[in-house]
Design a protein around this ligand. Structure first.
Ligand code: ZN
Length: 391
């Protein structure tokens, strides 16, 4: 099995959310441990709500990002609809217009806690970790990646429905009250499980809102450039032709991989290879993917916006892996939130890694060990969601 580039937005967001926790076992396809997956489900649902609310008057455009994949057929089946729903944007719209109301009716009252609402009204009972016994059981279970895409996709679609059809203040209430008042014993058990529990502040932060925009922008650019304009996403070409308009969604900085650095034990920095020479090194070292993409022992060097080259170290920061002090694991005076976003949005899926930019200094003089080219001059390879998960 190979999970190729996800072609719809729900799959894209679901894959993005788990890309840093996907494991590739020795046998069988890629898997995600159930508990982290469930916690990432909050992220997927929350981003769905934000986009549903933002595009509530243009839902047909959003529906066009959900159309036509086999995975989405299965996703709609999990939402209680025929698989053919995935081929028809009117059917998708009808589905999106129904889920929120149905879920609230099932829930029996106005939802005010995101986790509780998600587990009660929008998830299969076997994922209900509010039961400590099930929580313990799920600690040792995994979900195959295609299952992650179906279930994650259905959470996203439900999020869009809730964002579009519930009043603004109801959506805000959910984003500002993710966990409610959980039973302390249960809560301690969840923390004991060892997986990262995203904090409440994340969901109500500006970054969380911005992340939804960036993911949508990157996705649309790659898969539906014709939707950029209807979605109100900034397009460089339009500016060139004097059609400049105020964009509703800012663009994400360009990020390209220009080379790799060999990992060495601190404090010796390893040699650098440009993206063109790395394939020879990869052949020499018998890496399975000849471009060094599997990164056994290498760390990618990334350039942002045709400017600074930065060294990234495995494992990568995801939006939930800030340490408990609340700091991002990035220590760089020139680093900024845009780079952060670009890193998260553009690197996670293609590299399938967790990356921490680890050197506080940018690397203006990094030269390839073989051809001596300065990495700033290397054309690089644009990062786009690729098929990093193979089995
Ligand atoms: Zn070179």
């Amino acid at each position: 099995m190979q999970v190729s580039t996800p072609s719809t937005l729900p799959e894209y967001i679901a894959l993005f959310s788990v890309s840093s926790v996907v494991k590739k076992p020795l046998f069988g396809g890629p898997q995600v441990a159930s508990l982290p997956f469930l916690l990432q489900g909050l992220f997927v649902f929350g981003e769905g709500m934000i986009l549903g609310r933002r595009y509530r008057h243009r839902l047909h455009v959003l529906a066009d990002t959900m159309i036509g994949s086999l995975t989405m057929g299965e996703t709609f089946r999990r939402l209680g609809l025929p698989v053919e729903t995935a081929n028809d944007s009117q059917a998708i719209l009808a589905c999106v217009s129904k889920i929120a109301g149905d879920a609230v009716r099932y829930y029996g009252r106005a939802p005010d806690t995101m986790f509780d609402f998600l587990l009660t009204a929008l998830s299969p009972p076997d994922l209900d970790v509010r039961d400590v016994k099930r929580l313990e059981k799920l600690r040792s279970q995994s979900v195959p990646l295609d299952g992650v895409l179906y279930q994650g996709g259905s959470w996203f679609v439900a999020g869009v429905s809730v964002g579009a059809y519930l009043p603004d203040d109801a959506v805000d209430r959910l984003l500002h009250n993710v966990y409610g008042q959980p039973d302390p014993l249960w809560w301690a058990e969840l923390h004991r499980s060892g997986c990262y529990v995203p904090d409440q502040e994340t969901f109500s932060s500006e970054l969380f809102e911005q992340m939804a925009s960036s993911l949508l922008a990157v996705y649309a650019k790659e898969h539906h450039p014709e939707l950029l304009q209807p979605l109100g996403i900034q397009q460089p070409e339009a500016e060139q032709h004097g059609l400049k308009r105020e964009p509703e969604v800012a663009s994400v900085p360009e990020a390209t991989v220009v080379g790799f650095r060999m990992n060495r034990l601190f404090p010796l920095a390893g040699p650098v290879y440009c993206i063109n020479c790395i394939s020879d090194v990869a052949a020499e070292k018998s890496w399975t993917l000849k471009a060094g993409d599997d990164r056994m022992g290498v760390a990618p060097l990334v350039r942002f916006n045709q400017g600074v080259v930065r060294y990234l170290r495995v494992p990568m920061a995801n939006q939930f892996s800030r340490d408990r002090s609340g700091d991002w694991p990035i220590d760089d005076v020139e680093w900024n939130a845009d780079y952060d976003l670009a890193l998260m949005v553009k690197l996670r899926i293609p590299l399938g890694l967790r990356v921490i930019p680890s050197l506080p200094e940018p690397e203006p003089k990094a030269r390839c060990k073989v051809c001596k080219v300065n990495l700033v001059d290397v054309r690089g390879r644009a990062l786009s969601p690729g098929s990093s998960y193979r089995s």
